[in-house]
Design a binder for this molecule. Structure first.
Ligand code: DX5
Ligand code: ZN
Length: 226
């Protein structure tokens, strides 16, 4: 693996929604590479969150790429609305999608970046055929649905396996991890081969503020690179 720079993708799920524009501005100042938007429908996961209007508002206040993590039962139904709102990338789950290849091709046809996401209990092997068609793989390091959950350590060997697959089959594909990433767990996932870290509570729920929290997270992630 090219141990280049680790990218940070702050998840606004843990942001203060009364001050969302300000917090995203701080994340941008803190060197965020993209903003991670968690979309939940209360069906695919046991929680609801936000929809396309939030993306439309964010589009007006940041130039950062907006990646949309679709934790919804029928992602195909919402791709157009999120695209019109100004999304740059879609993260779609392997679980529950009988026509994943079609969904991936639809995202491509919209001219957007596409990622396939796998849950903690889903083996890396399911990626083998779809890997050729994606820009990024996302390994969930918690069960999707909520912020502030503890990191699931058994996902670390899987991250390593996915890194090996990427290096062999599709070098250049990003490997993102999502859930429970903080200064303690960041070195573990970077060492295993992740190069994009999603973090919600470790960035937006720290008393020290967004910029300081990002600096601390980046420093911890970089430890694993040396
Ligand atoms: C969980 C979401 C995550 C969440 C991460 O379902 O996909 O993106 O915001 O939050 P933390 O970083 O607090 O685990
Ligand atoms: Zn997410």
């Amino acid at each position: 693996m090219d141990k280049g720079i680790v990218k940070l993708a702050p998840s606004i799920l843990s942001a203060d929604f009364a001050h969302l524009g300000k917090q995203v501005g701080e994340a941008e100042q803190g060197g965020a590479d993209r903003i991670h938007v968690d979309v939940m429908d209360g069906h695919f996961v046991p929680n609801i969150s936000m929809g396309a209007p939030i993306v439309e508002s964010l589009r007006r206040v940041t130039r950062l790429p907006l990646e949309i993590h679709l934790m919804i039962s029928d992602p195909d139904l919402f791709l157009d609305a999120f695209t019109e709102a100004g999304s740059d990338a879609f993260l779609v789950h392997w679980e529950g999608n009988h026509h994943l290849h079609r969904t991936v091709q639809r995202v491509r046809a919209l001219g957007k970046r596409v990622s396939v996401v796998i849950n903690p209990a889903t083996p890396a092997a399911v990626l083998e055929e779809i890997l050729h068609d994606v820009d990024q793989v996302v390994v969930m390091t918690v069960n999707p649905g909520f912020g502030h959950q503890p990191f699931i350590h058994t996902t670390v060997p899987k991250i390593r396996r996915v890194r090996q697959m990427i290096d062999k089959i599709r070098p250049g594909c990003d490997l993102e991890v999502d859930g429970g990433i903080d200064p303690t767990t960041a070195p573990l996932v970077v060492d295993a081969g992740a190069n994009v870290l999603v973090a919600g509570s470790a960035i937006f729920s720290e008393g020290e503020g967004v910029i300081a929290a990002m600096k601390r997270l980046r420093a911890a992630a970089n430890q694993a690179m040396t």
